[in-house]
Design a protein around this ligand. Structure first.
Ligand code: HEM
Length: 447
């Protein structure tokens, strides 16, 4: 029996792996969870035996935030879920081939202007990174940016943030473990219900606006999804998916696409303050290889320092450190241990990324390890999970991380505020997304 009071649960679970090995069981109330802590056991469950472990745990509060389990991230592995994921996957692939480069470039240039406007003052950039990431995903989803001219998108963003924060609180998770508590008044739960209703009203309005157009614009993801519903009606499967699936998939993309990218950028700047010489090498590489111009995603193979920095940050701070819990949908096994149906599986990606048998000095920030790492390293890097539940936004995220980092490091040198000798605290706070504690930085424009 143990109490998980640590702020940083992934580190705590990783430390337990040193005592109990790469796979162990935890009992949490009535639920038994199996925690996987190495690349090999995570791959065995998520990739090799994906069809045994593709389920999600079913929970009372999860059902409330996910429209009765009809979203992708919390929805269970069913025929409907597969159709929903396939449809959204096609929409995202289409974006990656067509519009995404231009959308990110515009946001990166806008971010540049915001940073220049600070005129070398010490600031916390987390909100600016959130706005940039949120603008990318809302532009892709709705064809509209979230700025002062679209207050309802701003409202939507605040509301989604609030839902993620409330859902992660112990006031809410207690309702899953102790059903009797559902009968008592709970102000936090009441707020969650209010925010879910607010979220649904805003998204519904957007989708209705779309539908009322004479011809649905398929360029934006929501347009593509609504068109997909229409097409499906004329196929043999009839109406497998409904408006609610499009609605909830939109929520998935907005939540998945904002805090993750923003948190990652905030981590990257903080680590670069700890090792300024890495910043210099990436900047020099960008100047030498690209001379005057900004990079394209297709330049990534010619920018090994930048690519190594991105891989190392994904290793050290996988922003979804415990992925999303999986559920065994039938009896199976991992590493020779019997795993009964319905066991909850926690892939500890943070643990796998700090496994000393794979990574030398696993807690050190050393992008250069990827310069000589080779394929073995790529196999052990699992920031997006794997198999049937692989992060749906992986391709979008990779392009975003690459372009935002390249634009920022080409245009600015990030330095500590004068007289401030304390570097940012790199331990972070883990809830669903692993975030860094607030810190201030100065962005000096490059000549
Ligand atoms: C799921 C990581 C960005 C959408 C996940 C999972 C991880 C992850 C670890 C859970 C996989 C599992 O359950 O095994 C990341 C990281 C990101 C990122 C590290 C960026 C640094 C994004 C973006 C989007 C997105 C930009 C949307 C455009 C999703 C969705 C799921 C998911 C919809 C649920 C997939 C499913 O359950 O089938 N992500 N993500 N993510 N992510 Fe991401």
């Amino acid at each position: 029996m143990m109490e998980l009071t640590n702020d940083h649960i992934p580190i705590h679970l990783t430390n337990l792996a040193q005592r109990y090995g790469s796979i162990y069981r935890l009992k949490c109330g009535k639920t038994t969870m199996v925690v996987l802590n190495s690349c090999d056991v995570i791959r065995e469950a998520l990739v090799k035996k994906w069809s045994d472990f593709a389920g999600r745990p079913i929970s009372y509060t999860g059902d409330i935030v996910s429209g009765g389990g009809r979203n992708i991230s919390l929805g269970d592995y069913t025929e409907q879920w597969r159709a929903q994921r396939r449809l959204v996957h096609s929409a995202l692939q289409r974006c990656c081939q067509q519009s995404i480069h231009g959308v990110i470039e515009r946001q990166a240039l806008h971010l540049r202007k915001v940073l220049l406007d600070y005129q070398e003052r010490a600031v916390d950039l987390s909100e600016d990174f959130t706005v940039a990431a949120s603008n990318v995903i809302t532009t892709l989803a709705f064809g509209k940016e979230y700025d002062k001219t679209s207050p309802e998108l701003q409202k939507l963003h605040c509301c989604l943030n609030e839902i993620v924060a409330l859902w992660g609180s112990s006031w809410i998770s207690a309702l899953d473990s102790f059903p009797l508590l559902r009968k008592l008044p709970n102000p936090v739960f009441a707020r969650l219900l209010k925010e879910v209703a607010r979220r649904d009203a805003i998204i519904k309005k957007h989708l209705n606006d779309y539908k009322s157009q004479n011809k649905i614009n398929e360029d934006a993801i929501t347009g593509f999804l609504l068109q997909g519903l229409e097409k499906q009606k004329s196929t043999e499967c009839g109406e497998l998916l409904t408006d609610v699936h499009v609605h909830m998939a939109t929520v998935d993309l907005l939540i998945g696409g904002t805090e993750t990218t923003a948190a990652w950028l905030n981590w990257t700047v903080a680590f670069l303050l700890h090792r300024p010489e890495v910043q210099t090498s990436v900047y020099e590489e960008l100047c030498t290889v690209l001379e005057e111009r900004y990079p394209k995603y297709s330049d990534r193979h010619r920018l090994p320092m930048l690519s190594s920095l991105i891989s190392e940050m994904l290793r050290l701070r996988p922003v979804a450190p415990l992925a999303v819990p999986h559920r065994a949908i039938r009896d199976s096994s991992i590493a020779g241990y019997f795993i009964p149906k319905n066991t909850v599986i926690i892939p500890n990606l943070f643990g796998a990324h700090h496994d000393p048998t794979v990574w030398s000095e696993p807690y050190s920030f050393k992008p250069e390890r990827f310069l000589k790492g080779g394929d073995g390293f790529t196999r052990c890097l699992l920031p997006f999970g794997g198999g049937a539940r692989l992060c749906l936004g992986e391709s979008v995220a990779k392009i975003e991380l690459f372009l935002f980092t390249a634009y920022l490091l080409r245009d600015f040198q990030f330095v500590l505020p004068q007289g401030e000798n304390s570097l940012p605290d790199l331990r972070g706070v883990a809830s669903v997304v692993l975030k860094i504690k607030a810190y201030k930085v100065i962005a000096l424009p490059r000549p």
